[in-house]
Design a protein around this ligand. Sequence first.
Ligand SMILES: Nc1nc2c(ncn2[C@@H]2O[C@H](COP(=O)(O)OP(=O)(O)OP(=O)(O)O)[C@@H](O)[C@H]2O)c(=O)[nH]1
Ligand SMILES: [Mg+2]
Length: 369
Amino acid sequence: MPELEKAILVGIVTPRMRKSTVEEHLAELKRLAETAGALVTRSFLQRVQAFNPATLIGEGKVHEIKAALAEDSAGLVIFDDDLSGSQVRNLEERLPGIKVLDRTGIILAIFAKHAVTAESRLMVEVAQLQYLVPRLSHAWTHLSRQAGGKGIGMNGPGETQLETDRRIIRRKIQELKAKLEKIEGARERQAERRQGIFQVGIVGYTNAGKSTLTNRLTNSNVYVKDQLFATLDSTIRKLYIGDGKFILLSDTVGFIRKLPPHLLDTFKSTLGAASNADCILNVVDATAPDYLEHLEITHKILEDLIAPEIPRILVFNKAETATPERLEELRTHYPEALLVSAKENIGMERLKQTLIQLEMKNHSAKQNG
Ligand SMILES: Nc1nc2c(ncn2[C@@H]2O[C@H](COP(=O)(O)OP(=O)(O)OP(=O)(O)O)[C@@H](O)[C@H]2O)c(=O)[nH]1
Ligand SMILES: [Mg+2]
């Protein structure tokens, strides 16, 4: 086991934000950092009237963080908010020898770690290069360090393109995208072959239990783990519904707050499995303190990807560990939703029946016209 990289987290409370919200975001950032392989020694929460354009946070706080980094012998500081290229450079100047990342950087590091197929590896590489371009202009020292260094946020694109300039990186991005398009073409041809079979897209916030639910419904063995972005590559599984018939379930990458648009764009084809679906299963962790925000984020992403007429089923998972108050709240506000436990196999038969009924409706609608 390599030694874990020690990290300090920074969250910012602006006048428009509640402190408790930022605390939840920081708790999530901690999980992200841990999934990426860091050991979080402490978290800073700073109130600001407005973001400081040079360093995002105030100079005083930068000094405080510098002292804390030294005290904890931490070499990494992670901001929950996006940093511009110049902010990264200014911060690294004030924090010599310290690696500065933002939430997107950490998400990309996890993606790089979890990508398995050629397709997702390519997608991650495109996303990493896109992330790099604006951080590049004066970043020669930064880059040469990155090229030589090892650790979180460092693995991924090969070193050769890093030591050259934006133009070369942009060309590299084009090349990778062309390769991706080829793979996606093959995926589309596969999708065409599946036409006529009822398809269910399983979507939702990361760690909601999408893979567990897929496994439970289809008796399969998709990778499940209590970490963020366990699933990066989509998998398709068959659910037999009697008479030798089956429907297809596709389990995909989860969503998370503050996901940058270019990342979403790159992963659109993976999520595309959901946009071709006949029905969407929106899986929500019933126990998450911030489940309302999870619902909202999922909703926003789906609006862009999925036709409004595709039926959606709202499923609250992990119901067996939700408090009675939470269950009451969910039943009152979402009377149409299903409360299930994929892990304990509660409510799953009803979910299956709901899918079968939708399939039959879909089938007869197609036959009638
Ligand atoms: N208590 C409880 N835990 C569950 C349930 N379903 C899943 N989990 C746990 O939640 C964690 C995440 O499960 P996954 O199935 O990997 O979640 P996912 O939505 O596929 O997550 P990503 O692929 O990382 O986005 C695992 O530790 C599961 O064991 C459930 O019904 N109840
Ligand atoms: Mg999963």
